[in-house]
Design a protein around this ligand. Structure first.
Ligand code: DAH
Length: 330
């Protein structure tokens, strides 16, 4: 009996204890063998023999259970120690990304116009002469075509030089009333401090039947848009020229850096030129077969606004993918 007790108490692992369990409590174990001896015990001693054996069995059982509990607990604690994850450990590889300043600025603009009930329209990057020029009142001989340094493809197609062709596509596929914006990439043969061969514009077009759309509607939406983007700025409408609008205007805001007193960013004029706009030219309506309608249009470059908002001095840095710039927008 003492030997069995020691066997149990000296176990250090669950594996050892399991071996001891089989040895003592198993089908062919020590206890089973002892109980088997009952057969040869004289009848009058059977009761005492059985009582003693059961007493020993229950003593061994409770000793075994105790040991099992202790060793199980130890094993569990060891596993926890070995598999522990230090949730406070600093992991420098898990950095979050950020929207590119152009996307972020574009999203803000889209949010504004969507809140004003404009729909978002899309068009192809590869355009034809009709949609990019002709229908926008820029016939082949028109000198204003020179304003847009075009990438021509071999088959007579071209990369769209502005988002204005989406105006044409939308008017050809829908009927008034139209109230749309078209954000997206545009392409021009130009590369210096303020020009990249690919950049982004947002186009706007509102058309209704009859003569209800007036310059004051255009003025309201642009002033409201610019104050949403830039805060409390002054907005100035200058007469200008675009072939697809008549009258045309260029819109400036008071310089957000010097508040109009004059600085390097605004070339000491106190004003920043932001966008072009106007009332849709009747020749554009003619090109898409619209009659008896009125409308306004506007277009602006997204990079220029992102650069002003984030004080980025060189346009080209927007497209170099330099993490030192991009990480600042996290
Ligand atoms: N398409 C012009 C450009 O790329 C921008 C523009 C000016 C668009 C006036 C318009 C507009 O819709 O009315 O320079």
């Amino acid at each position: 009996m003492q030997a069995l007790v020691e066997k149990i108490t000296q176990c250090n692992t669950l594996k050892d204890l399991e071996a001891v369990r089989i040895e003592i409590f198993g089908k062919k174990g020590v206890l089973a063998q002892e109980f088997a001896k009952m057969k040869s015990v004289p009848n009058e001693e059977k009761k005492a023999f059985a009582q003693e054996l059961n007493r020993q069995k229950s003593q061994l059982t409770s000793l075994f259970d105790e040991k099992l509990e202790v060793l199980s607990k130890e094993a569990k604690e060891q596993t926890m120690r070995e598999e522990a994850v230090d949730v406070t450990l600093y992991s420098p590889l898990k950095v979050s990304g950020a929207l590119h300043p152009v996307n972020e600025t574009m999203n803000r603009m889209i949010d504004y116009f969507v809140s004003m009930n404009f729909t978002i329209e899309d068009g192809p990057f590869i355009e034809d002469d009709f949609h990019n020029f002709e229908a926008l009142n820029l016939p082949v001989y028109h000198p204003a075509r020179d304003m847009q340094d075009t990438f021509f493809l071999n088959d007579g197609h071209l990369l769209r030089t502005h988002t204005s062709p989406v105006q044409i596509r939308t008017m050809l596929s829908q009927k008034p009333p139209i109230r749309m914006i078209a954000p997206g990439s545009v392409f021009r043969r130009d590369f210096d401090l303020t020009h990249t061969p690919m950049f982004h514009q947002i186009e706007g077009l509102v058309v209704e039947e009859g003569d209800g759309v007036s310059f004051s509607h255009l003025k309201f939406i642009l002033e409201d848009f610019l104050r949403t983007m830039f805060g409390d700025v002054a907005v100035r409408f200058r007469p200008s020229f675009f072939p697809f609008t008549e009258p045309s205007t260029e819109v400036d805001i008071s310089c957000i850096f010097c508040e109009g007193t004059g600085c390097r960013v605004c070339s000491h004029t106190g004003w920043l030129e932001i966008l072009g706009a106007g009332m849709v030219d009747s020749n554009v309506f003619k090109a898409v077969g619209y009659e008896n309608v009125s409308g306004y249009a506007f277009g602006l470059g997204i990079e220029r606004i992102a650069m002003l908002l984030h004080q980025i001095p060189d346009l080209r840095s927007m497209f170099e993918g330099d993490l030192r710039l991009l990480e600042q927008f996290r």
